[in-house]
Design a binder for this molecule. Structure first.
Ligand code: GLU
Length: 421
């Protein structure tokens, strides 16, 4: 493909191509027949909506919204909602497919879904954001529900967004329905431990993947946001030395180790890591290529590509983001002997605690932070061990092994249910 042609393929389409390729390879290893492959490659339900939004100056804008339910064989569809200007139906489909394998891999009774609204939340006032959220939820209302499809936070959304979703759904139902969405504030039935769950899971996966003590191991985090910033703190708490981090505003490095709490305070104050006093500035590319023990990509898809993979010097990559490594980059990293803990395993902590939140909502009860954390740790560790065992047994990378397990469980569930009519 010429460079000009390459630019015509949207990042979302590239993510979907990666997801389909991973599925195809797992299906080959599982000897799945063509019918089942096609079923697994195709979302069960895919909804595109137009979301009209009244701006503060009275104008009306229309943005696109999506909700894709990739699979519901093992349980209700589950997955976050992303607010990002470049989100499209292809990206949301890829992310929904990854949710299906993730939930199956960690053994929670859900299918996979994802939602997205092609909007930049930073350009909206809080009231505009609330209007976009409520109108989008209204448009997808017929297909979501605590037994059907349960949204959660993702890039650009947070617990306030989830509170508006819970309210919009409940007002329409005529009674409160906390179990329609996870990642809610504590006052509305949120779970202790949900806010930091993805990051805590990244920490657990990193410690499992490291041979030996974490003490003094160096870490770089790409994306010092909702997942990356707490992950940096958890890894520092475990004894690692976090030397470099980046976000949209820039990248900073301090080889003696960054004070993660102080850096977070700086980000709170200034809006980003750029200009942080106790570190040197570096480029986004250089951050990814730092000579560290662990690299945690925790931003968007397609961060590690065929173009930069050969310059990565980390020994271990733990994917906090969904789809940060392209299949071509995966091959280059494998040839270089770099271990990659794949997204569907490494960042599963979020949906695991979402599941625990939903169970608490359905039972109208609330568990202690310790209880939630123990369940999270057990599920992460068991899933990691299963992936590592499959990888060793069949000579596969951790990603290939994770997909064989995840896809295999969904395929098995399809076979047991049979085809109706
Ligand atoms: N958005 C998160 C993910 O990609 C969490 C999904 C959820 O909790 O449903 O895994």
């Amino acid at each position: 493909m010429t460079p000009a042609a390459a630019t015509l393929v949207s990042p979302g389409r590239q993510a979907l191509d990666s997801a389909l390729l991973q599925l195809d390879q797992a299906a080959d290893r599982l000897h799945l027949d063509d019918g089942l492959r096609t079923m697994l490659a195709t979302p069960r339900r895919s909804l595109t909506v137009s979301v009209p939004v009244r701006r503060e100056d009275g104008r009306m804008d229309v943005v696109q919204g999506f909700r894709v339910q990739h699979n519901t064989t093992r349980g209700p569809a589950k997955g976050g909602i992303r607010f990002h200007p470049s989100t499209d139906i292809h990206e949301v489909t890829a992310l929904a497919m990854w949710m299906t394998w993730k939930c199956a891999l960690v053994g929670i009774p859900y299918g996979g879904a994802k939602g997205g609204v092609s909007v930049d939340p930073a350009t909206l006032t809080t009231r505009e954001l609330e209007r976009v959220t409520r109108r989008y939820v209204n448009e997808i209302l017929p297909i979501i529900g605590p037994d059907k499809d349960i949204p959660a936070p993702d890039v650009g959304t947070d617990e306030q967004t989830m509170a508006w979703i819970m309210d919009t759904y409940s007002v329409n139902a005529g009674y409160p329905v906390p179990g329609v969405v996870t990642g809610k504030p504590m006052t509305l039935g949120g779970s202790l431990g949900r806010a930091g769950a993805t990051s805590r899971g990244v920490q657990i996966a990193t410690l499992k993947a490291m041979s030996g003590s974490p003490e003094g191991r160096t870490v770089a985090v790409q994306g010092f946001g909702k997942v990356g910033a707490p992950a940096a703190r958890y890894l520092a708490d475990a004894g690692c030395r976090v030397v470099g981090v980046s976000d949209a505003t820039g990248a900073v490095v301090n080889h003696s180790g960054l004070d993660v709490a102080d850096l977070r305070a700086w980000v709170e104050e200034t809006g980003g890591v750029y200009g942080y006093r106790h570190a040197d500035a570096l480029s986004h590319e250089d951050l990814l290529e730092l000579d560290v023990d662990v690299l945690v990509p925790a931003a968007l898809e397609g961060a590690i590509t065929a173009e930069n993979a050969s310059r990565i010097r980390a020994r271990l990559i733990v994917e906090g983001a969904n789809g940060p490594t392209t299949p071509e980059a995966d091959r280059i990293l494998a040839d270089a002997g770099i271990t990659v803990v794949p997204d569907i395993l490494a960042n599963a902590g979020g949906v695991i605690v979402s599941y625990l939140e939903w169970v608490q909502n359905l039972q109208a009860c609330s568990w202690s932070a310790k209880e939630v954390d123990t369940r999270l740790r057990d599920l992460m560790e068991e899933s990691f061990d299963a992936v590592a065992a499959m990888s060793a047994e069949r000579g596969l990378s951790l990603r290939q092994a994770a997909h064989v397990i995840g896809v295999g469980r969904v395929a098995e569930a399809h076979r047991m249910r049979g085809l109706y009519p």
